[in-house]
Design a protein around this ligand. Structure first.
Ligand SMILES: Cc1cc2nc3c(=O)[nH]c(=O)nc-3n(C[C@H](O)[C@H](O)[C@H](O)COP(=O)(O)O)c2cc1C
Length: 339
């Protein structure tokens, strides 16, 4: 039957094979490190922006030094209070949020938050957003004065005021423009975080790459809404919100796969990851690292568990982590063309 021949070819072509450095039975310690844009991460597991505060909030709950990296809450030029409550609503297998990018602003971040973060033995990535290209540039110029930032991650899911509210992440020209302007001033590598609310992710992946991005991360949240049928009103004060969590994982995985094959720069996968199995799907699809978001809310130690279980998987398979990347099979058969 066909099934047995495909199982056979699976073994032959894609499944990670032992590295063969050590004889069977000998203790094998996998190399879990990854390098992205010249930054060395001790493992591929980072916490996602907006779901892990400024790191310090989780210090009593887990060992932050175990993490590959921390992506801090989005930082803007001026402090922001965000939207009024209710701004979070739990849905089936997910979460809708409309926090409204509440943050302490770039200057206070440098004075109050960065000193704690830079003393950690993990990579610190600062998520940056703005409402105009000048906002992004000026925020980065301020952040450039701080020591201990490994990279910037541009959140381009913001409306550009000059373009009548058009989102940076849903217009390839704006994506290109803000990436290029930010790259010009950034003192550290630039990761561009893509929005999933687009028709063709590859267009945006390439726009960011052509603008000079050193890496991509995706996805941000999917725009959604929920209505209280008793009041007839949306459950979030903002009306709509961003959907995250397990509900979006298959959607995110497909977008990450497409982006990986559209560009040469490395990609970090984000979206509904809460276990090592989830992380492995993204790594096998071609992501070089992953970020954990919503899972931090219901299990603050989720990232520690993912790191431990990933290492156990690599030990069991006797492979270094980097050998797993892109070992996917059967995409052509499933009608998914390589870009
Ligand atoms: C409450 C909340 C706040 C967020 N804030 C930010 C943010 O400030 N900047 C950003 O780029 N993404 C932000 N995100 C998006 C996450 O970083 C992540 O991309 C998204 O939630 C998908 O991953 P997940 O399904 O693992 O949560 C936020 C998500 C949530 C749930």
């Amino acid at each position: 039957m066909k099934k047995s021949s495909s199982a056979k070819s699976k073994k032959k072509r894609g499944a990670p094979r032992p590295v063969g450095r050590k004889a069977k039975g000998e203790k094998f310690t996998p190399d879990m490190t990854v390098e992205i844009a010249g930054i060395r991460f001790k493992n591929p597991v980072l916490t996602a922006s907006g779901t892990f505060g400024y790191g310090q909030e989780f210090a009593q709950l887990m060992d932050l030094n175990r993490l590959g990296g921390i992506v801090v809450k989005g930082i803007s030029l001026q402090p922001m209070e965000g939207n009024p409550p209710p701004r979070i609503y739990e849905t089936e297998s997910g979460m809708l949020n409309a926090i409204g990018l509440q943050n302490v602003g770039a200057k206070r971040f440098l004075d109050d938050k960065l000193p704690f973060l830079r003393d950690l033995d993990t990579q610190v990535i600062v998520n940056v957003f703005g409402y105009s290209t000048e906002d992004y540039v000026r925020t980065i110029e301020i952040l450039n004065q701080g020591e201990g930032i490994a990279a910037y991650e541009l959140n381009i899911s913001c409306p550009n005021t000059r373009s009548g509210g058009m989102f940076y992440g849903s217009d390839p020209k704006l994506t290109h423009e803000v990436t290029m302007a930010s790259k010009k001033v950034a003192r550290v590598p630039l990761i561009v975080k893509l929005s999933p609310n687009v028709t063709d992710i590859t267009v945006f992946a390439r726009a960011a790459e052509n603008g000079g991005a050193d890496a991509l991360s995706l996805v941000n949240t999917f725009v959604g809404m929920s209505i209280d049928i008793e009041t007839g009103k949306p459950r979030l004060s903002h009306g709509t919100g961003g959907l995250s969590g397990p509900a979006i994982k298959p959607l995110a995985l497909r977008l990450v796969y497409q982006a990986v094959h559209a560009v040469r720069i490395p990609v970090m996968g984000i979206g509904g990851i809460s276990s090592a199995e989830d992380a492995l799907e993204f790594l096998i699809a071609g992501a070089k690292a992953i970020q954990i978001g919503t899972a931090n809310f219901y299990d603050p130690r989720a990232s520690e568990k993912v790191i431990r279980d990933l290492e156990a998987y690599c030990k069991r398979k006797r492979v270094d982590l980097n050998r797993l990347r892109g070992t996917h099979l059967g995409f052509e058969a499933a009608g998914l063309k390589r870009e």
